[in-house]
Design a protein around this ligand. Structure first.
Ligand SMILES: O=C(O)CCC(=O)C(=O)O
Ligand SMILES: [Fe+2]
Length: 418
């Protein structure tokens, strides 16, 4: 057993007959999804919302174990001081001294990334603002984006020009793919975020990862959302300032009328809509817990590094979100339920809509399990044991795939880890 107390509770009540009867009502269904958090101490979330502040941590004084127990397991946000990023190449080389303080070194960035392919969204687009994806997503070369950005700054951020936000750039993958001499990575993942099953799996299979660089002018923003698959995220500012509105799980329901979620831009904190406002300065790094909705504003020209990830501490939540998404697909395609391959077809739609299906999820669990049994993948034995226990727990809950459960039983028999 690991010394860390587990918080697993994977039973998905979506399968209950009684619950199915009520499923016609979207709001009932959505509030049922909130039971995904039943095993967390919501009191703790309310306390920090009431205090209006999140813990500010000095990495020299804060161990991984403390972060694991106090933030990952409790699903609570926190901010790390700039000491966490002070050794990053990007925090040194992407910035230069200007007349009014630190400024972006566009010339350096152009030399290294000029020909990289990037995409930028138009923050003025209504669809983007409403958080439903956008058709106005522009593919361009990095040098074209810099030309635009410089011009936008020069115009005094003119409201007659579009506000374009360069998002979701897989910069680590760019370094891996190009054989230019500038292969030194712009940052290293801080220890606190290194137990990362999602990116571990992407790296192992050489597929697109969840490690991003964001660059945007003053006024650019990311709409109201919770992160992909229910993952955690961390976000570090290389330069600039972000303002975050963080909503504890469940409070996003306050933005629902009948049907779709609608964020209230004029009044993000009307009574009952509990949130914390967080200012993130240059070098600081924010931990965003699973299922916390958020809106993010760049208050000045800002560059950040952001990862999405999950591990043993939130894997049950990821599994529940996946089951909920599968339930949604089944309901959408209900008229075809008599077709013999109905479930398999729903899995394919799940993969297309959600980005992951059951099989993909199990593959991640299996490969993390195998690597944890080699022990030295992540050196702390308590955390290795925690990961192994978490995977066993989720897989046992995975009754739709008896062959996976029997794979686990075989593996457990072979496990000699004490
Ligand atoms: O910085 C942004 O614009 C969005 C970041 C974000 O949503 C995240 O890191 O989860
Ligand atoms: Fe996010």
């Amino acid at each position: 057993m690991s010394k860390f107390v587990c918080n697993w509770n994977c039973t998905n009540h979506d399968n209950d007959d009684e619950a199915k009867d009520k499923d016609d009502d979207l709001n009932v269904r959505e509030s049922k999804k909130n039971t995904n958090f039943a095993h967390y101490d919501k009191e703790e979330w309310s306390k920090i919302v009431t205090s209006g502040e999140i813990p500010y941590l000095d990495p020299d004084l804060f161990s991984y174990d403390e972060f694991f127990s106090n933030f990952l397991l409790k699903n609570m946000p926190c901010m790390f001081s700039p000491k966490l990023t002070s050794s990053w190449l990007s925090c040194r080389d992407w910035i230069r001294k200007g007349e009014a303080g630190a400024e972006i070194d566009f010339e350096y960035l152009l030399r290294v990334y000029g020909d990289a392919k990037v995409s930028a969204v138009n923050c003025g687009d209504d669809e983007y603002r409403e958080g439903y994806g956008t058709r106005d997503c522009r593919e361009m070369l990095f040098k074209e984006y810099v030309d635009y950005w410089k011009d936008y700054i020069h115009s005094g951020y003119s409201s007659t020009k579009p506000c374009l936000y360069l998002k979701d750039w897989h910069i680590v993958r760019y370094h891996k793919m190009c054989d230019e001499p500038h292969s030194e990575l712009p940052y290293t993942t801080p220890l606190y975020f290194q137990s990362d099953w999602l990116n571990e799996d992407c790296d192992r299979n050489d597929i697109e990862d969840f490690k991003f660089c964001y660059m945007g002018p003053k006024g650019s923003f990311t709409s109201f959302h919770a992160d992909v698959y229910g993952s955690y995220s961390w976000s570090a500012n290389v330069i600039g300032v972000k303002k975050w509105y963080l909503y504890p799980p469940g409070t996003e329901m306050k933005f629902k009328g009948s049907g779709k979620m609608k964020y209230d831009w004029e009044n993000p904190g009307a009574p009952g809509r509990d949130y914390i406002e967080v200012i993130q300065n240059a070098g600081e790094c924010l931990f965003v817990p699973s299922g916390w909705h958020h809106v993010v504003w760049n208050l000045v020209d800002t560059i950040s590094i952001n990862h999405n990830w999950f591990n043993g501490a939130n894997v049950c939540y990821i599994w529940k979100i996946l089951q909920d998404a599968f339930g949604d697909v089944e309901r959408e395609l209900e008229e075809f339920h008599h077709i013999p391959e109905f479930k398999q077809q729903c899995q394919l739609v799940l993969k297309a809509n959600h980005g992951m299906h059951y099989e993909g999820f199990v593959e991640i669990l299996k490969s993390v399990y195998a690597s944890r049994r080699k022990v030295n993948a992540f050196s702390n034995t308590d955390h290795i044991q925690y990961d192994i226990d978490a995977i066993s727990h989720v897989i046992r809950d995975h009754c739709e795939f008896p062959e996976v459960v029997s794979w686990l039983s075989d593996e457990l028999l072979r496990t000699e880890l004490t």
